[in-house]
Design a protein around this ligand. Structure first.
Ligand code: NAD
Ligand code: MG
Length: 378
C-alpha cells in the first residue's frame, strides 16, 4: 500500500530539518532504521573520528550495541559511559562523575559527546559537553518521543539543583540530531503517549492544520505507524526549530521561545507538587496543563469555551489525563509564584485565542488562575 511505500521512502531518504542559529546551523535527521547507520550519518560532521557515548542503563541494554557497531563500521573510535536511568541522574553528583570520566578518557576539544537516550541523558550529557574543556562538540540521538520532538532540539542543557529543576545549565547547541523513530518501538506506551502531548502542543501553539492532522492521525502514531510517526516528529521539530531560530536564548519578552511553554506553568506546578519523575510524567502534566491553559484563556474571554472540550477530548482519546481530582489549588499557586519564569512578581502564562493562536501574557490575575483550577478544566 502507499503507506508501505512512504515508509520505505523515509528509510531510504531520511527527512532533514535544519536549525538555523545566529552563529551556527545543524541538521535534525528523522527517519526509521537510522541507528544502524548512525556512524555513516554522523561521520561527516565529526571534527575527529572519536566519540564518547553517554547513555542510561535501560537504553544501553536495548540500543547501545547497534550504535557502537555503526561507529566501528566507519572507523570512528568510541567509548561509552552509562548512568542510571531516571530524573535523579540530572544531579550535580552524576554530572561531576560524568565530567570526571570524560577527562579520565583524555578527551580533547575535538572529541564528540553523543547523548543516546531520553531527555534526561540529553540534558545531562549536553551540560557535561558544554562544561568540559569549555565545550566539546555534541550530538543528540534522542530515544524517547519527548526527546525527539522537544528536548533534543534547541540547545538547552542542564541539571537539577536542590533549589529546583533545571536551575543549573547552559545553552549548548548540538552539531547534529538523529531521531530514529524505530527505536521508539521499545518505549513503554505510557512514555510514548507522554511525548505525544508535546506534539499536540506544537499544533495548539501555532498551527491549526497540524492540530487537525494530529486529531486524525493520533491512533496510527501511537500504534507505531512509522510513517505517521516520522511525519509527526518532522512537523513538531520544524516548528521548534523555527521558534528557536527566532529566539535562540529566550530573550524576547513577548511570544518567541516562551510560547513553547503553553500549558507548562500549570504542568510545572503539578510536577513540583507530585515530585518530578514520580506520579505524573511530564507529558501527562502538560496534557492537563494544556486543558487548563485553554480553560483560563476562555475564562478571560480570549478564546471559545468549546476549544477546551475539543482539546480535552482529543488528549483523552490519546490516553492522556486531562483532569486531576481535587487539585491542591493554593499549593499549586505557591509553586507558580516560585517558577523561574515568573518575572517581577507577576504570573506569566501562555494563553490562546483559539487552536493554533497562542500568545504570551505577563499579567494574568491570580484570581482567574485560582478560579480555573477550582473549576478544573473540562
Ligand atoms: P527520560 O530520559 O527519563 O526517559 C524516560 C524513560 O524511558 C527512562 O527510563 C529511559 O531509560 C527510558 N527509555 C528511553 N528511551 C527508551 C527506548 N527507546 N526504549 C525503552 N526505554 C527507553 O525522560 P524523557 O521524557 O525523555 O525526558 C525528560 C527530561 O527531559 C526531563 O528531565 C526534562 O526536564 C527534560 N527536557 C528538556 C528539554 C530541553 O529543552 N532541554 C525539553 C523538554 C524536556
Ligand atoms: Mg515540555
Amino acid at each position: 500500500t502507499s503507506n508501505v511505500i512512504t515508509a520505505l521512502n523515509d528509510y531510504i531518504a531520511p527527512r532533514r530539518v535544519s536549525v538555523q542559529l545566529s552563529q551556527s546551523r545543524y541538521e535534525v535527521v528523522i527517519g526509521s532504521q537510522l541507528l544502524t547507520r548512525a556512524g555513516a550519518l554522523i561521520a561527516p560532521v565529526l571534527p575527529q573520528p572519536r566519540c564518547v557515548i553517554v547513555t542510561d542503563e535501560t537504553v544501553a541494554s536495548l540500543h547501545l550495541a547497534t550504535l557502537q557497531n555503526s561507529l566501528t563500521e566507519v572507523g570512528v573510535s568510541h567509548d561509552a559511559i552509562v548512568v542510571p536511568p531516571g530524573e535523579a541522574s540530572k544531579s550535580l553528583r552524576t554530572w561531576a562523575d560524568l565530567v570526571d570520566k570524560l577527562l579520565a578518557q583524555k578527551v580533547d576539544r575535538h572529541t564528540t559527546v553523543i547523548a543516546l537516550g531520553g531527555g534526561v541523558v540529553g540534558d545531562l550529557a549536553g551540560f557535561a559537553a558544554a562544561s568540559t574543556l569549555r565545550g566539546l562538540p555534541f550530538i543528540q540521538i534522542p530515544t524517547t518521543l519527548l526527546a525527539q520532538v522537544d528536548s533534543s532540539v534547541g540547545g538547552k542543557t542542564g541539571i537539577n539543583s536542590p533549589h529546583g529543576k533545571n536551575l543549573i545549565g547552559a545553552f549548548h547547541q548540538p552539531i547534529m540530531v538523529l531521531a530514529d523513530t524505530s527505536v521508539l518501538a521499545t518505549l513503554p506506551p505510557r512514555e510514548r503517549r507522554s511525548g505525544y502531548a508535546e506534539i499536540v502542543k506544537a499544533g495548539l501553539i501555532a498551527d491549526a492544520a497540524f492540530y487537525e492532522w494530529c486529531e486524525a492521525h493520533a491512533p496510527a502514531m501511537l500504534d507505531e505507524d512509522s510513517h505517521a510517526l516520522a511525519e509527526a516528529v518532522e512537523r513538531a521539530v520544524r516548528f521548534k526549530a523555527q521558534v528557536v531560530g527566532d529566539d535562540e536564548r529566550e530573550t524576547k519578552t513577548n511570544n518567541g521561545r516562551a510560547l513553547l511553554n503553553l500549558g507548562h506553568t500549570f504542568a510545572h506546578a503539578l510536577e513540583a507538587e507530585t515530585g518530578y519523575g514520580q506520579g505524573l510524567l511530564h507529558g501527562e502534566a502538560v496534557a492537563v496543563g494544556l486543558v487548563l491553559a485553554t480553560h483560563l484563556s476562555a475564562a478571560l474571554g480570549h478564546c471559545p469555551q468549546e476549544d477546551t472540550s475539543r482539546i480535552a477530548a482529543h488528549l483523552r482519546s490519546a490516553g492522556l489525563p486531562t483532569q486531576i481530582a481535587q487539585l491542591p489549588v493554593e499549593r499549586l499557586l505557591g509553586h507558580m509564584k516560585q517558577d523561574k519564569k515568573m518575572r517581577g512578581g507577576r504570573l506569566h502564562f501562555v494563553l490562546t485565542r483559539g487552536i493554533g493562536q497562542a500568545f504570551t501574557s505577563s499579567d494574568v490575575p491570580e484570581e482567574a488562575v485560582r478560579a480555573t483550577m477550582l473549576a478544573n478544566g473540562a
